[in-house]
Design a protein around this ligand. Structure first.
Ligand code: NAD
Length: 263
């Protein structure tokens, strides 16, 4: 009955925004992912309920184009975005590959291998001022409507924290099959690179990977990577870059690094 009422009311509303609406069953998915991720059985029930509540409270009943970092502070207090030194993996335009990589190398972490990244990955959410419901019809599109929407502000904030917490050697998987493997306007280029702490991070190791069968469009010697090299060196962090790996070969070498063809 409740579902029927909700659908009726929403279908009678016009589309307010240009982006896709909140993910169906957002609340349930958040809770379920939290349970799936958490390790200590005694703690997880209370923590996950709290996390779901804090996540919801960040954006519910608010103008979906007025998100601020502060809205997420109660949520951020409940979760830990730190990973061991030398284990951080960033990515840009290589989501699938980077996740395949950390799946093989279980001790390595992308943001989506941390609790909060895992919970929010591929989800969409927004509410509305004057309503305590989520908007499942439409949400602000980050380019067409507003950049300070709750999803963009969330990813910028967690990406910033994830980068600030990194230490030792950090890695980034970049896409050598597009013309700019490094893009200053991407989250990696705009947020993560600038929030690495040079007193903790001594090296950024870039992997420029191209799709098998496609001619590489960018490489370690290309101008976009030079851009990155310059930014990183300006920040007093050592930069290394490795290319000539196709995605398949990269994963093969991740699995078997001792293979002579991987040296
Ligand atoms: P990318 O360009 O491949 O973008 C990753 C995803 O985020 C894409 O789906 C893109 O459409 C979306 N996105 C990018 N900027 C956005 C914005 N301002 N508002 C809404 N959506 C946006 O790679 P990137 O931008 O360099 O981001 C990847 C890096 O940043 C990773 O290292 C990761 O730690 C973090 N990140 C992750 C996600 C995610 O969806 N899991 C999103 C943003 C950032």
């Amino acid at each position: 009955v409740v579902v029927g009422v909700r659908m009726w009311r929403h279908s009678s509303e016009h589309m307010k925004w240009n982006g896709t609406g909140s993910t169906a069953h957002f609340q349930e998915i958040v809770l379920e992912r939290c349970y799936n991720y958490a390790v200590q059985p005694e703690l997880r029930d209370r923590d996950c309920q709290k996390i779901r509540e804090a996540f919801r409270n960040a954006f519910i009943s608010k103008d979906p184009c007025s998100a601020t970092e502060e809205d997420y502070h109660p949520l951020m207090k409940l979760v830990d975005l730190t990973v061991p030194c030398d284990k951080t993996v960033f990515w840009s335009k290589t989501k699938e590959l980077a996740h395949q990589y950390t799946k093989v190398r279980q001790e390595m972490f992308t943001l989506e291998d941390t609790l909060l990244g895992y919970i929010a990955d591929d989800l969409n959410w927004c509410g509305d001022a004057g309503s305590n419901e989520m908007n499942y019809q439409s949400c602000p599109h980050w380019k067409k409507d507003c950049s300070n929407n709750f999803v963009s502000v969330f990813w910028d904030l967690v990406s910033k924290r994830f980068a600030e917490n990194a230490c030792g050697v950090v890695q980034v998987v970049l896409n050598g099959s597009i013309s700019n493997a490094f893009d200053r306007k991407s989250t990696f280029g705009r947020v993560e690179v600038h929030n690495l702490n040079p007193t903790k991070v001594h090296t950024l190791q870039a992997w420029v990977i191209h799709d098998l069968g496609k001619f590489p469009s960018d490489s370690c010697s290309g101008s976009s990577i030079n851009d990155l090299r310059w930014i990183i060196m300006q920040r007093n962090i050592k930069f290394t870059c490795q290319d000539n790996y196709s995605s398949g070969k990269f994963l093969q070498c991740v699995k078997k690094p001792e293979d002579s063809s991987c040296r």
